[in-house]
Design a protein around this ligand. Sequence first.
Ligand code: ADP
Length: 632
Amino acid sequence: MSRQSFIVMVRAKASGHLVGAWLRAGVFVLWSIGVQAASSIQPMQPVRVVLLTGFDPMQPSVLALSNELRSRLETSLAQSVEVEVDAIDGSRSPDNLMPDLLALMKKKYASEHVDLVVGLGSLAAKFTSAYHAQIWPATPVLLSVVPDEWLARHALPADFAHVPYQVESAKTLDIAEALQPDARQLVVVSGTTDADNAQADRIMTTAAARRSRWPRVEAWHGLPLQELQAKLATLDLHTAVIYAGEHRDRDGRRYVPYRLVAPMVAASRAPVYGLFSIDIRQGAVAGAAYDFDENGRLTADAALAILRDGGQANGRQFPALPARCTANVAQIERHGLAVAALPADCLLLNLPRSLFREYRVAMLVMLLVLIAQGATILALLAQRRTRRRAQAEAVARRSELARAARFATVGELSASIAHEVGQPLGAILSNADAAELLVKASRVDHAELEEILADVKRDALRANEVVQRLRALLQKQGVTFCVLPLDETLRCALTLVEPEARRRNIMVDTRLAADHVEVLGDRVQLQQVVLNLAINAMDAMHDTEPGRRLLTLESVLLEHGVEFSVTDRGAGVDAALAQRLFEPFYTTKEHGMGLGLSIVRSIVEAHRGRVSVASRDGGATSFVVWLPRATR
Ligand code: ADP
């Protein structure tokens, strides 16, 4: 309890208000805790990281790494982040400048708080190992992109952490061996800086261990670009070139290493291998390559881990920077090498454009749509085939039914047909009797005999005609559509009905005015239409006075078609029932089957026509059939 609250409590006790005093003291204590807490909240300090590079700070590897470091720290930490880049460019700053550099840095960071120093490359490792205690005494140091051999040769201070980095020249050689199985010569291109030499030595050592595979190994150190290009132009596919990086040539000219790749590749007849993905993007065929962005991300992750642990760096070792098989497909194809020879997990860059690769999703969707469409079309075709088969079967059934109905019709007409055939046969018999008498009387009158024979012949032909017509109507044959003269077809059908009409005292009036008009149809089926309508007409006139019984067969030419009608003076048709008459099995007759009109309608519709019934003046009924004219 604070001194003030104690005094308040004592005074309150004295005034006798004990409860109120305790309450007031409580409120005061809470207030004083609040004030103390508020005074301890200060604006958050920014996290300050120094990126100390042993390379040219404008080199893509350093730019990528500093970018990744900045953005990773900014997105992962609550405080604001300041990344300061300082360079000890090894290829520019000779060792004798180091004391001056140290003095400058000490001054610069004397009053500045730094949370972490990230050193890049062996030069930064060397500098921080020697001087960090003087420049940033209490600051943790993280080293990255320092080759493992350097670390093995130098003892790091205890509070240093590092991200292991082992240049994978063996893996790059594996890739060259796979892509160029017949190559036996290896050329290692490098510059003259310490880093260039160290890199070249690593590759030479690895190649030396594979002497049987690479019996000829040459090191091209510090060649000026033009000379390098000229020498590369003399090589062929029996040589593999590994580019170790050239920062400076033997004449002291300085290069940004990756920028030499494109001119080297343009000149070289042998494939050039690289150790960084940027080299492969520039035209090197392949290599076990480090990617600067990836290195940046892993280094940033390590930096974050140290910052989050309150700056604990002490000897920590983070996941190593990975070298990944990376290949430039266009360059591999340019040299006629096989992409298939690469390891399965190789990252393929510069792939030739492929519709399927670029629009994979759209192409897959399109493919699915095409498959679905194909399936729909197949289903529709199958459906159409089934429907056609069903239609063909229906036509066959209909024609069988029609034929059965024709037998029934002929049955109905049998009495008159018998009479029609019997009449000429009777006449033939009478004529034969007369001729016999003439012969027996030995009075052969040749002229008379000729006349008798002519009559016999005519009657025989008449009887034969009736039989032929019946045969044609009843014979079993398929439906055959041909161009027919309509009036002649109607007339022919009428001859089969006329004897029956005579028998029933019905007059037949024929008004055929569609002479020479042709329709496309089946002769027998069209005659069946006329027969069915005419027999119905005659049936309808059963109760009509014999003197009024008249059956009219009429045809008339219309613009696009032709119409024929069968009219009677019979019982008439109830308008409400007109459509029902055409339904199968609808009949009002005692022995009717109710199939005549339904057969008429199906035949007419199969001929692309239509049939209707109409009441005429004076109780007459007309069945009208419209048919399209045949076009030639
Ligand atoms: P069915 O002759 O065996 O009865 P149809 O299908 O030929 O079968 O005729 C169906 C019905 O239509 C007949 O029973 C009859 O009632 C009616 N009908 C047909 N033609 C005529 C007509 N010309 N006048 C009046 N009614 C008719």
